[in-house]
Write a protein that binds this ligand. Structure first.
Ligand code: ZN
Length: 369
């Protein structure tokens, strides 16, 4: 074997390691045979890869499950409960918060610090986040859980790459705020400068966290967010990684309530419980604007998340009736099962995504080739 084919074989094994960990993370106590069937790898290859993931602290063998078709029970594998965690952070108009998310997608150590963020400079928001991050780093360290990454969910449009992230959010009064750099500086102060940090749109993270996105080929329109609302199109379990948060600033009621973006009657403002106390009227407004998005996409499902997840049955019925008038069958409209927790869950999962994609890099500290 020459040098280049040895490297290629190493890359393939590295790729397969991620494939196998992905099956354990997304499966439900899957067996080695189950992974072999799902990935097309041989049983012996899977067993070898699982041995590496067990030794690397990413997978745990929880013993035999019920008997399979051969009658011999397979040993079941789950993400290691003592494995790495993703640190999820969140900024909203009325506070900052965060939690830890493990490889199985479970959220813990939730924190929420109420603070009036709207109208404050991003420096203040970053400083408000620092104690939350400190508490989460302590919680991770206390449980001896290594932190794989930090993802900050923000309400608004995120542009630019890692070092130059800019966030524009009428709800917060921010125009191209460099919140990523500011939070990275706070993390550095806390001794967490070595942990990768990313800033993502909260509504898109919420859509990605939704557990049931239907069978392959399913198209879902997800509407989520709290301070800002955004629409995300999820096809085949994949979003484009961003939400259309300008959606919230489409005019739902001409001449209506003044919005921080400068217009009047924006959907984001008109559907606020404080502005519109009648959930049926709020639901009709959302349904009417949303119909402009669902009519051309003809989604299999419309998920009402974020601030709309807990808006109640009268609200859901009004959205459903309005969409039905525009050709979307009533049984396609469902409230999110994650509710307002979705953006943080999505952020934590996004923080762990590099570990799942390339477990070899995590185990050995050897960066991607
Ligand atoms: Zn607006």
């Amino acid at each position: 074997m020459d040098a280049s084919s040895r490297i290629a074989a190493g890359d393939l094994r590295r790729h397969h390691l991620g494939l196998v960990l992905g099956e354990v993370v997304h499966g439900s106590a899957i067996s080695r045979a189950g992974i072999a069937a799902a990935t097309g790898l041989t049983r012996s290859t899977v067993s070898g890869l699982i041995a590496e993931l067990l030794a690397g602290g990413l997978v745990r063998d929880i013993g035999a499950g019920p008997g399979g078709t051969s009658g011999r029970p397979g040993r079941r594998l789950v993400p290691d409960p003592a494995g790495p965690v993703g640190i999820a952070l969140q900024i909203e108009e009325d506070g900052v918060g965060g939690c830890l998310v493990d490889l199985a997608g479970r959220a813990g150590a939730r924190r929420w610090h109420p603070a009036a963020i709207t109208g404050t400079p991003p420096q203040r928001a970053a400083r408000a986040l620092a104690p939350v991050l400190r508490e989460l780093l302590l919680a991770a360290a206390g449980g001896d859980r290594p932190a794989a990454g930090i993802v900050l969910a923000v309400p608004g449009v995120v542009s630019g790459s890692a070092a130059t992230t800019a966030v524009t959010s009428p709800a917060l009064g921010w125009d191209a705020a460099a919140i990523g750099t500011l939070v990275a500086a706070e993390a550095e102060q806390l001794g967490a400068g070595g942990i990768a940090l990313a800033v993502r749109c909260g509504a898109a993270l919420a859509a990605e966290a939704e557990p049931d996105t239907g069978p392959p080929g399913t198209t879902t329109v997800h509407i989520g967010g709290r301070s800002e609302i955004g629409v995300t199109l999820v096809r085949d379990r994949r979003s484009q990684g961003r939400a259309a948060t300008r959606f919230g600033h489409l005019v739902a009621r001409p001449g209506g309530t003044a919005c921080p973006c400068g217009r009047r009657g924006c959907l984001a403002v008109e559907t606020r419980p404080g502005v519109q106390p009648d959930p049926r009227r709020s639901g009709r407004l959302l349904g009417r604007v949303l119909a402009g998005f669902t009519a051309p996409t003809d989604p299999d499902r419309v998920v009402l998340g974020g601030r709309f997840a807990a808006a109640g049955p009268a609200f859901v019925a009004a959205v459903t009736a309005e969409l039905h008038r525009h050709g979307i069958p009533a049984d396609r409209v469902v409230p999110s099962v994650l509710g307002t927790d979705a953006a943080l869950r999505g952020a934590g999962r996004a923080a762990l995504a590099p570990v799942i994609a390339d477990p070899w890099a995590w185990i050995t500290g050897d960066p991607a080739p």
